[in-house]
Design a protein around this ligand. Structure first.
Ligand SMILES: *[C@@H]1O[C@H](CO)[C@@H](O)[C@H](O)[C@H]1NC(C)=O
Ligand SMILES: *[C@@H]1O[C@H](CO)[C@@H](O)[C@H](O)[C@H]1NC(C)=O
Length: 363
């Protein structure tokens, strides 16, 4: 009796709930329709007061302290992308093209490291060749290498010195062109990682290709400003992807460690400030190819185990990062970063609801 009462109650509740959701869905639908109608059938288009500034042209940037590299005609400042590709192929043509390596930095976070490694090794990721853990626990001996059940070799490398640049070192033992730079607390889910790598192969070789974007804007003072990205229309561009989850071509790492005076200055600054190696690598990639980065998302959001930790939460972080932009563009003599507007997602299901409503209204 009690049981049947309970189930009856459950049923009532479920029915009630269903009714509420139906009403809610109806309400949302009508609001959305009104919004769309007002947007599209509203007053005849008039020029908005205070026309939004153009974002993609160099117009604003020219007013800044350092002009865009793309404005330079000197071939020694911006190389045509073909010459970068040729140079990369000459040096790294023998590296595997259809496999990738993970270079993962760890710093005294055994719990996160264990969870991240376990997740990445728990499923077959067909193109994953090797995981190299950059062992920054200088007071501990690095663990022994091993081979996972799916045949991925896991190797620990203790850097010779405590430097953020070490993560970007083009280890001569790497066998693949693609290196996924990551930290111990952030990862793409295994089923998404293969997809992101395939997108790198198709579209990302000339770019930093990853999960987290950051934005750079020109201040009226002429300086560059680093920040999170705006969602607003006309401002939703990005020019950096962070190296806590990004694919890079090994040739970018190679150049980062070259004796080019600009990157030599950048590496030194990264050591002194203990920050900005990722910005430095984005500068190198955009300088060599004239391309901005590429944001790629799988079916799911990437996983971040510790969104509240790390140096990025220190006070003054944004100011320090902005300073890097200005120091680095001074080193290069111009600003190489390029604004990008598009990104790649897995599948066609996104925004289907919005799109079908749109189709209904516009026939
Ligand atoms: C580019 O660099 C090469 C060698 O470093 C030099 O010979 C050449 O004059 C430079 N070109 C320009 C346009 O500055
Ligand atoms: C990118 O766009 C921002 C505005 O959203 C602008 O301030 C900045 O100068 C642009 N950067 C480049 C490199 O063109």
């Amino acid at each position: 009796m009690l049981a049947s009462m309970a189930s009856c109650f459950n049923w009532l509740l479920a029915r009630r709930f269903r009714r509420v959701t139906t009403i809610l869905a109806g309400l949302i639908l009508s609001i959305a329709t009104i919004v769309l109608l007002v947007n599209n059938l509203g007053p005849a288009p008039t020029l908005p007061k205070g026309k939004p500034k153009t974002t993609s042209s160099g117009e604003e940037a020219i007013s800044s302290g350092f002009p865009l590299c793309s404005d330079h005609k000197d071939p020694n400042v911006t190389y045509p992308v073909e010459s970068w590709r040729a140079a990369a192929e000459t040096k790294y043509g023998g590296h595997l093209d259809d496999k990738f390596t993970i270079a993962m930095s760890t710093f005294h976070r055994p719990k996160e490291l264990h969870r991240t490694l376990t997740t990445l090794l728990s499923a077959k990721i067909p193109s994953l060749h090797e995981i190299v853990v950059i062992w920054n626990n200088f007071d501990e001996k690095e663990p022994d290498s091993f081979v996972s059940e799916y045949g991925v070799s896991v190797r620990y490398r203790k850097p010779t010195r405590d430097s953020l640049n070490e993560k970007l070192w083009p280890d001569p033992t790497y066998r693949t062109k693609a290196i996924l730079l990551t930290d111990d607390d952030v990862f793409y889910r295994p089923e998404d990682l293969e997809f992101v790598f395939q997108m790198w192969r198709k579209f990302g070789k000339d770019r930093m290709t990853g999960a987290l974007a950051r934005c750079v804007s020109a201040l009226p003072s002429g300086e560059w400003d680093y920040n999170f990205c705006s969602q607003r229309e006309h401002e939703d561009v990005y020019s950096i992807v962070l190296t806590n989850l990004a694919f890079t071509h090994i040739a970018f790492l190679d150049y980062y460690f070259s004796d080019d005076p600009a990157v030599t200055k950048i590496r030194k600054y990264v050591d002194d400030a203990f920050n900005c190696e990722d910005i430095g690598l984005n500068f190198v990639a955009s300088m060599l190819t004239g391309s901005g980065p590429l944001l790629v998302r799988g079916r799911h959001q990437y996983v971040n185990l510790d969104p509240a930790g790390g140096i990025s939460r220190k006070p003054g972080h944004m100011e320090a990062r902005s300073k890097c932009l200005n120091v680095f563009s001074e080193a290069f003599g111009c600003m190489p970063l390029v604004n990008e507007t598009g990104r790649i997602e897995h599948g066609v299901k996104h925004n289907v609801w919005y799109k079908s409503l749109w189709d209904v209204i516009h026939g």
